[in-house]
Write a protein that binds this ligand. Structure first.
Ligand code: FMN
Length: 179
């Protein structure tokens, strides 16, 4: 299986990256091909809603780093989104990628039937905080006919390294078993 992992934290030593690393390591150990994009370290804007997707030959007519990700989204069997909660929601760093999955739909590409996973975390000790990340992605999966096979939600992590005091990385590795 080919799995595209997209992260949305700007912290290379942060909690999301630690869990993404654990997922990637476990998925590769299972024999999956994993392609990873760290959206916060890329140049990816929002959707312009111009509806000209694929008319220039690339997914998006506004040619930024999303067009590097789009071909991998197309030919992957699975997509894993990993991000922290920012203001009870999806961070801007990865929202542009998620919004621009629209280009694959408008472009008439066959993208139904993929598997999906979510890895997320937040500072507050309240798991409902992460619904701001999981709810829109679950609904998007339903719309796209993607099978959301697993969600890792780790509350109570604020600073870099806090994830080590939780079972977040173990849960992220276990998520790989579901693909
Ligand atoms: C801009 C910003 C907004 C945040 N908003 C929330 C929030 O609404 N609720 C929450 O519990 N934590 C919030 N946090 C805390 C992060 O979710 C938390 O620090 C997380 O562990 C960061 O993950 P990372 O280490 O992968 O970057 C916010 C952090 C930042 C920088």
């Amino acid at each position: 299986m080919k799995i595209t992992v997209i992260t949305g934290s700007p912290r290379k030593n942060g909690n999301t990256f630690a869990m993404a690393d654990a997922f990637v390591k476990a998925a590769e150990a299972k024999g999956h091909e994993v392609v990873r994009f760290d959206a916060a370290m890329m140049h990816i804007g929002g959707c312009h809603a111009c509806m000209t997707c694929y008319q220039t030959g690339k997914a998006c007519s506004f040619d930024d780093d999303f067009n590097l990700i789009a071909p991998h989204l197309l030919d992957s069997d699975a997509v894993v989104y990993a991000m922290p909660v920012y203001w009870y929601s999806i961070p801007a760093q990865i929202k542009g990628v998620i919004d621009r999955v629209f280009s694959l739909v408008v472009g008439g590409k066959e993208i139904a039937g993929k598997k999906c996973g979510i890895i997320t975390c937040c500072e507050e000790h309240d798991a409902t905080v992460m619904e701001g990340v999981t709810m829109p992605l679950k609904r998007s999966c339903d719309l796209l006919k993607w099978d959301l096979v697993g969600t890792v939600c780790i509350p109570g992590v604020l600073n870099e390294g806090d994830i080590a005091h939780t079972d977040g990385c173990a849960q992220a590795a276990a998520l790989a078993e579901k693909f």
